[in-house]
Design a protein around this ligand. Structure first.
Ligand code: ATP
Length: 227
């Protein structure tokens, strides 16, 4: 198991957001983390990265217990996070953003350009001049440049034009075919479910359902996803 999340509880100050979340991600697996708004998906991701460290429970990543490790060290274990809201260094060019993240491995500037040709065309532009979709490509490209063992995408297609969404989904499919382990949060079930190997559903800060995407029938959707 590449990532093991075991019964974590996470707080924002005095307010508890997670009450017992547990699941695993295998090497080469695409796991969809699902649930209605506010159920704890982003908090689970923040917990895994130790940006908001859990108060109890355990997280093991690539054989290492991540407790009490600063977030930068957890990232260096091999977690590439594409956070909600796609943050990049706005005053750096596209190429500078990519190179600033680079760590040795299979992912190089050339491979990121192959995945997202637009980033090659826009290489010398400041990232703040990019469209939303291009910024999302840059955020994914940056995460790949760190040569992660696990890529985490939090709502990577939210708020983007349909054509650009398709580009992002195509890229995620290519990454899966390439064997990358991916933890995915996205509201577009029609794209998410065919890509996922397994799904975990959160409700009120608890993992309440785990299974194959094919097992997500109308009853599961009605009960947990509000569709
Ligand atoms: P969404 O799809 O809306 O992003 P989510 O499933 O990612 O939802 P979280 O963002 O993890 O859910 O939120 C889980 C709970 O934690 C919610 O009740 C939310 O109000 C609360 N919460 C999130 N961020 C904070 C914060 N910074 N401070 C206090 N409470 C927070």
């Amino acid at each position: 198991m590449l990532l093991e999340v075991n019964d974590i509880a996470t707080f924002y100050g005095a307010s508890q957001a997670l009450f017992g979340v547990g699941f695993g991600v295998d090497e080469g697996e695409v796991l969809a983390l699902m649930g209605r708004n506010g159920m704890g998906k982003t908090t689970t991701i923040r917990s895994i990265c130790n940006l908001t460290p859990p108060e109890s429970g355990t997280i093991r990543f690539a054989g290492t217990d991540t407790a009490r490790q600063p977030a930068f060290r957890v990232a260096r274990l091999g977690i590439g996070l594409v956070p909600e809201g796609r943050r990049c260094f706005r005053s750096l060019t596209v190429q500078e953003n990519l190179l600033a993240a680079a760590r040795v491995g299979r992912w190089t500037l050339a491979r990121v350009h192959e995945l997202f040709p637009r980033l090659s065309e826009r290489g010398n532009q400041l990232s703040q001049t990019l469209s939303g979709g291009e910024q999302q490509m840059l955020a994914i490209g940056r995460a790949l440049m760190t040569n992660p063992k696990l890529l985490i995408l939090d709502e990577a297609t939210e708020g983007l034009a349909p054509v650009i969404r398709q580009d992002i989904w195509r890229a995620i499919r290519a990454l899966k075919e390439d064997g990358l382990s991916i933890l995915l949060v996205d509201k577009t079930l029609s794209e998410l479910l065919p890509l996922a190997d397994r799904c975990v559903i959160l409700e009120n800060g608890r993992s309440v359902w785990t299974g194959k995407p094919a097992a997500i029938d109308t009853a599961v959707k009605d009960r947990y996803l509000g569709i």
